[in-house]
Design a protein around this ligand. Structure first.
Ligand SMILES: Cc1cc2nc3c(=O)[nH]c(=O)nc-3n(C[C@H](O)[C@H](O)[C@H](O)COP(=O)(O)O)c2cc1C
Length: 197
């Protein structure tokens, strides 16, 4: 089974660090994983020209094209975002909006895939849960199965407090606890819903 991790941070920072940890854990359980980052990529905003709806083609030829096959092949998707102004990064939101072109030709493009979110804020309570809700909303409206780590600290997924640095996030034991709980449910859901008999 294949898991795609999408990092919504434009730098090699705390979000990339924890997402890579999540993917390493899944690999240790035998899942194939793939990592995509917005860092250094050309990702235009959707301009609502509706060309994709009319012709099936996006107006832009940029790095979003690299995501079509990985997204299509994924049984599970983990979107990880830094918290910017209390929500997800504009870069991750651009990725979400640009999937309109994938959905234009394949409305069930994401249907049935398992989705998990990770958010990383510089402050302890800086909007991590709202950022996760943005990710989960994307999953729900595209027919995916969103999962979290459940009660006692991972209600909407994994949340981290980085104090703005990779070293800071490494110290966030509570964040890693929320990640372990979230990965456990994500893994169980993949096996329950995506395993072919
Ligand atoms: C434009 C901007 C807005 C931010 N807004 C918030 C915020 O609202 N809440 C918060 O906790 N941290 C905020 N931060 C801090 C980042 O979430 C934090 O540094 C995080 O670790 C960045 O992830 P990265 O290290 O993967 O780049 C903001 C940072 C930037 C650049």
């Amino acid at each position: 089974m294949h898991v795609l991790g999408i990092c919504g941070s434009p730098r090699k920072g705390a979000t990339e660090y924890v997402l890579r940890k999540a993917l390493e854990t899944l690999e240790s359980y035998g899942f194939e994983t793939e990592f995509f980052t917005v860092r250094g990529k050309k990702l235009n905003f959707c301009i609502h020209c509706d060309r994709c709806l009319k012709s099936g083609e996006c107006t832009f030829r940029d790095d979003m094209e690299d995501l079509r096959e990985p997204m299509k092949n994924a049984d599970g998707i983990i979107m990880a975002t830094p918290v910017y102004n209390g929500g997800c990064s504009a870069q991750l939101k651009a990725v979400m909006d640009r999937t309109r072109a994938f959905l234009a030709t394949e409305p069930d493009f994401f249907s049935g895939k398992i989705g998990l979110g990770i958010s990383v804020g510089g402050d302890r309570t800086g909007g991590q849960e709202y950022a996760l809700l943005q990710i989960i909303t994307f999953y729900i409206l595209n027919g995916m199965i969103p999962v979290s780590g459940g009660f006692f600290g991972a209600n909407l997924g994994a949340t981290f407090w980085s104090k703005d640095t990779v070293e800071g996030v490494k110290e966030d034991e509570e964040g890693f606890r929320s990640l372990r709980k979230s990965i456990k449910r994500f893994r169980e859901s993949l096996l329950r819903y995506r395993q072919t008999p």
